[in-house]
Write a protein that binds this ligand. Structure first.
Ligand code: PMP
Length: 283
């Protein structure tokens, strides 16, 4: 079965899905994106992700190329055409194709690309059981990472740094020594039965998984605080986690040279994952 992608109004064989060399995404990273998780053929927190996409578009002053309801239609078509059971949808909008010039081009049609990918549930479960390792690196990103732009060079380098140290994620450290977030996830630590995560600002992405987990924590009366934490806090943490659309809630068992807790996943991992899974909306 061939993989099908959506490119500017057409469903194409994935290997023949192309955009022009003067697409502004390619030349300037002038675009935004979203990643939707899919569980059992259903989209997780569709409305949260699509609303964040519209916010990102507004922040870079780009008009959506299609109507809001059309996104859902095309995403569901791709889930069906690619026989996605558990997987992800990647959606990217750039300012379009134009002769290279920094200023916004006139009369330019935005490019819209949507791809779908199956993920192996086993892989997630295996990672969850073992927990992942994290490396801390300097946060070198620009000052508006609350916008989900395709300008991802700093996270690419951070993730590679982590991989070079046999870690699965990097936590980004700001100039005052605090963790902002992961290179592609939200960061959390647990201390004395209270879960900590960085408060929302322009320095982090407003994670949709973060939002649903918080909803689940409130519902289950689990304690949490939106408060910055630093390396010292991590060192004395009882448990740690990352969250993202594709990793859901994933326990962290090591950060740099520090074992978290006893170096194995802790008792809250399942509790938080359950709270998250109960809080999500499926479309
Ligand atoms: N922060 C960053 C920098 C990310 O790239 C992601 C993944 N999109 C997240 C946080 C988590 O966001 P979400 O839960 O919406 O996937």
């Amino acid at each position: 079965m061939s993989r099908i992608s959506y490119v500017n109004g057409m469903y194409c064989d994935h290997k023949d899905s192309l955009v022009h060399i003067e697409d502004r995404g390619y030349q300037f990273a002038d675009g935004v994106y979203e990643v939707f998780g899919v569980i059992n053929k259903k989209i997780i927190d569709y409305h949260g992700h699509i609303n964040r996409l519209y916010r990102s578009l507004e922040e870079i002053r780009l008009k959506s190329p299609i109507s809001k309801s059309s996104y859902l239609y095309h995403i569901q078509r791709l889930i069906f055409k690619n026989r996605i059971v558990d997987g992800l949808i990647y959606l990217q909008i750039t300012r379009g194709v134009a002769s290279r010039d920094f200023k916004f081009p006139k009369n330019c049609k935005p490019s819209l690309v949507i791809t779908a990918k199956n993920l192996l549930t086993n892989e997630y479960e295996n990672s969850f059981k073992k927990g992942i390792k994290v490396k801390t690196v300097k946060d070198l990103r620009w000052k508006r990472v609350d916008i989900k732009t395709i300008n991802l060079l700093a996270p690419v380098l951070a993730k590679q740094d982590a991989a070079d140290s046999k870690c699965q994620e990097s936590w980004l450290i700001d100039e005052d020594g605090f963790v902002t977030e992961g290179s592609s996830s939200t960061a959390w630590i647990l201390k004395k039965n209270t879960l900590y995560t960085t408060p929302l600002s322009n320095s982090i992405l407003n994670g949709i998984t973060r939002k649903s987990l918080i909803k689940g924590l409130k519902k289950n009366k689990l304690k949490f605080i939106e408060k910055k934490f630093n390396i010292k806090d991590i060192k004395y943490a009882d448990e740690a986690f990352i969250t993202s659309a594709t990793q859901y809630v994933m326990p962290v068992v090591r950060v740099d040279n520090f074992k978290i807790g006893n170096g194995k996943i802790g008792k809250y991992a399942d509790i938080f994952r359950k709270a998250y899974m109960e809080a999500i909306q499926l479309t």
